[in-house]
Design a protein. Structure first.
Length: 77
């Protein structure tokens, strides 16, 4: 279902804005803690989302987003 919102009003996109902020904070933390250069920002963001999709959540009754979308447990080996 599509919802229309006013242009240039990020406060209308609360969940998406919260998720984006969370991903950015995790990327900054990973790069800072690892000492890796900032040009690896894209790889850190990709890894952050990969981890999020393989972490169980209450919203999905303890399932991972990967499992909910594909119907199978992710291979973490």
């Amino acid at each position: 279902m599509q919802h229309m919102t006013a242009h240039d009003t990020p406060q209308h996109h609360g969940v998406a804005e919260w998720l984006n902020w969370t991903i950015l904070e995790k990327v900054r933390t990973m790069l800072h803690a690892s000492g890796l250069p900032k040009f690896l920002w894209g790889e850190a963001a990709r890894h952050t989302v990969w981890l999020k999709n393989r972490t169980p959540t209450k919203v999905l009754a303890g399932k991972t987003p990967y499992e909910a979308a594909l119907g199978q447990m992710p291979d973490l080996s």
